[in-house]
Design a protein around this ligand. Structure first.
Ligand code: RIB
Length: 294
């Protein structure tokens, strides 16, 4: 089983601030750091650090070539990362003293995907391989259709939620991993049980993981439901906590562990990520988790 992650690669400009800036306010930040990021890249690194072979597909500009090196250092295959004439996607991230963040995205090359390249990438994968998608690139509706025709297992993290998700045939998705805000935007329901119930009524063959912040996470499919709490830590930076959760959950499920074990390891991994600064740099290695559990 090969894992293809078709998603974003960003340069994250992280400003440490006393509080998230208010409308009309001008504030001087304490520090600026630049980290590799993007939900696609973060999830590829989480999958790889968890122990999975992963291929990242997507696009960067000439200004983002360092991200290729970041992938290579993390054993993420870069054969399907294209150099676009556009500049690399970036994120302006404020992180406050409680570790909460606020993010503005500039899509840049992430929205420069084209059908010819998508066809070429998917042609290199087979039925039973996994494709992981988020919503920071264009043409995810087309990618879902192509991956489905190929017989790939489709994982969708509909984040950040916007109207592009409405263009997707979500009945083709095998796994949804989303937070409660995304869940509410897709279903119109705010109660976690109602979100899950709506999803499983509409997409009865799918498996749904809903993350609930400090309330942990819940998994449901048509025959099973289980919950997982969090591992409490002092939050330093919540950026990429969800991406870490996604990578670890998928890895443990795809090596045949129980959903309960996968949720537990995902929860532990994301708590470690929250206790560290930065996006992909904050993602732990599987060995760190195993050492904690011993
Ligand atoms: O999920 C965190 C990521 O969202 C950041 O790395 C940033 O690039 C944005 O894509």
């Amino acid at each position: 089983m090969k894992v293809l992650n078709f998603g974003s690669l960003n340069l994250d400009y992280v400003y440490s601030v006393p509080h998230i800036v208010k409308p009309g306010e001008t504030m001087t930040s304490n520090k600026l750091e630049v980290f590799p990021g993007g939900k696609g890249l973060n999830q590829s690194i989480a999958l790889a650090r968890a122990g999975m072979d992963v291929y990242q597909a997507g696009a960067i500009g000439e200004d983002g070539k360092d991200l290729l090196q970041v992938c290579k250092e993390n054993n993420v295959n870069t054969d399907f990362i294209r150099i676009s004439p556009l500049r690399t996607g970036n994120a302006i991230i404020q992180v406050d003293e409680e570790g909460q963040n606020s993010i503005i995205l500039f899509p840049g090359a992430n929205r420069d995907q084209n059908k010819e390249f998508i066809d070429h990438v998917i042609d290199n994968f087979s039925a039973g391989d996994v494709i992981v998608l988020q919503n920071e690139i264009n043409l995810i509706d087309y990618i879902i259709d192509r991956a489905y025709s190929k017989g790939m297992i489709i994982v969708l993290n509909p984040s950040p939620y916007d109207d592009k998700i409405k263009n997707c045939d979500l009945s083709k998705v095998d796994y949804f991993l989303m937070n409660e805000i995304e869940g509410e935007m897709i279903t119109g329901e705010s109660d976690p049980d109602e979100i899950l119930s709506y999803m499983l009524t509409k997409y009865p063959n799918s498996k749904v993981v809903l993350t609930l912040g400090k309330m942990g996470s819940v998994y449901a499919d048509k025959s099973k439901k289980c919950k997982q709490g969090i591992y409490p830590v002092k939050a330093v930076d919540t950026t990429a906590a969800g991406d870490t959760f996604t990578g670890y959950f998928l890895r443990y499920v795809f090596i045949g562990e129980s959903v309960e074990k996968a949720l537990d390891m995902a929860s532990l991994a994301s708590s470690i990520a929250v206790s560290r600064k930065g996006a992909s740099v904050s993602i732990p290695y599987n060995d760190e988790l195993l050492n904690i559990q011993m």
